[in-house]
Design a protein around this ligand. Structure first.
Ligand SMILES: Cc1ncc(COP(=O)(O)O)c(C=O)c1O
Length: 385
């Protein structure tokens, strides 16, 4: 244990992504662990950032983000969801969704507050809730369909609950919450006067169903902090341009924390993402169709190896059960996998408080070139011998 680390951060060591990516490098394994594409996004988006650098937009951008991007975010929310936000008072540009999540939790939740979220959960949620001094209460999603017990969700809400942290499309399960489920979360938020902090970074990576932003439901716009980013939508995960849309008081609160975290970031990249958000419908449909094919390819390959495959409805990820392969320990399995067959996966147990619920599940990223997915599946066949 590191004696210097403050107590509230002691449960959070090096992220599993860093450990597994380092293992991928040291063993030369195919990295299906961390979720990033192995091809760049649209040329026009890239060129817009290059042009912005060449044109000299290289100093601090405005604290709330460049107007071009804030207006593009406003137009995107209107075009896809019919949501109206004021680009000057209701939109805030952040350093990826990661900073938006951190700033929202730090500014809206404090010591003694509770935040309800579903598990498995994206790993930054637990750390950011802890940094805010708040406590998390989790409700478990159960495979194969990642449904949850409504009573468990009701029971997780107490007089101390401040917010529900809601992620759909959901990492790592690939679940897209359906209309009834989103409605239930909204009803509970209204009934208990809760904020909803919603992480929608996979909003355009949906293969089945339709993504329903919870802010579109009656009475929800004014109690929801909608978070997204350009990383997944435009296949530029390294650019870290994210945003928050919410009513002015909530944006101002989030901005108060955000300004002391990064202040601003990625000026030239903001120009690129602004162009991306204005691309035609064919771009967004093509992105989902391409990833759907990759999802199908990886699911088929993993099933042929003998995994229990939980087919995702969206996102970059496929979860697979390893029990049919003769083991139930996902962490051990993933640490050995690069040595056994040259592939890296993530053990889902790291996304759970209830470790038994995630013990035998592992996550593979499908956002890689077809030949890379095929080669990974060929290598994984060694598990059968
Ligand atoms: C659910 C979820 N939220 C947020 C993020 C981080 O987004 P960004 O790269 O924009 O910070 C990720 C990235 O993997 C994610 O999976």
């Amino acid at each position: 244990m590191n004696p210097y680390l403050v107590e509230r951060l002691r449960p959070f060591g090096t992220t599993i992504f860093a450990e597994m990516s380092a293992l991928a490098v040291s063993t030369g394994a195919i990295n299906l662990g961390q979720g990033f594409p192995d091809t760049d996004g649209p040329e026009v988006v890239k060129q817009a950032a290059i042009d912005a650098i060449a044109a000299g937009f290289n100093q601090y951008p405005p604290g709330i983000g460049i107007p071009e991007l804030r207006h593009a975010i406003r137009a995107h929310q209107q075009r896809f969801y019919g949501l109206d936000f004021d680009a000057d008072t209701e939109v805030l540009v952040t350093a990826g969704a990661t900073e938006a999540i951190a700033a929202a939790l730090l500014s809206l939740c404090g010591p003694g507050d509770e935040v309800v979220t579903f598990e498995p959960y994206y790993d930054s949620y637990a750390a950011c809730i802890a940094m805010a001094g708040a406590h998390r209460r989790v409700v478990t999603l159960h495979p194969p369909d990642y449904t949850f017990a409504v009573d468990e969700l009701r029971a997780a809400i107490t007089p101390r609950t401040r917010a529900i942290l809601f992620n759909s499309p959901h990492n790592p399960t690939g679940k897209v919450f359906d209309a009834d489920e989103v409605q239930l979360v909204a009803d509970l938020a209204r009934a208990h006067d809760l904020l909803v902090i919603t992480d929608e970074v996979y909003e355009h990576l949906v293969f089945e169903k339709t993504h329903i932003p919870i802010a579109t439901l009656p009475g929800m716009r004014d109690r929801t902090v909608t978070i997204s980013s350009g990383g997944k939508t435009f296949s530029f995960t390294g650019w870290k341009i994210g945003w928050v849309c919410a009513r002015p008081e909530l944006v101002t609160a989030v901005k108060t924390a955000k300004q002391f975290l990064t202040y601003v970031n990625g000026g030239p990249f903001q120009y690129g993402i602004a162009v991306g958000l204005g691309l035609g419908d064919d771009y967004f449909a093509g992105l989902a169709a391409d990833l759907r094919d990759k999802r199908d390819r990886l699911c088929a390959g993993l099933a042929a190896v003998g995994f229990d495959v939980y087919r995702p409805e969206g996102t970059y990820f496929v979860t697979a059960g390893i029990a049919p392969l003769g083991t139930a320990e996902g962490l051990e399995f993933c640490r050995a996998l690069p040595h056994r067959c040259g592939v890296v996966a993530i053990p889902n147990v790291v996304f759970y408080d209830d470790v038994d619920a995630g013990r035998s599940l592992v996550r593979f990223a499908c956002c890689k070139r077809a030949e890379v997915l095929d080669e990974a599946c060929t290598r994984l066949k060694a598990l059968r011998s």
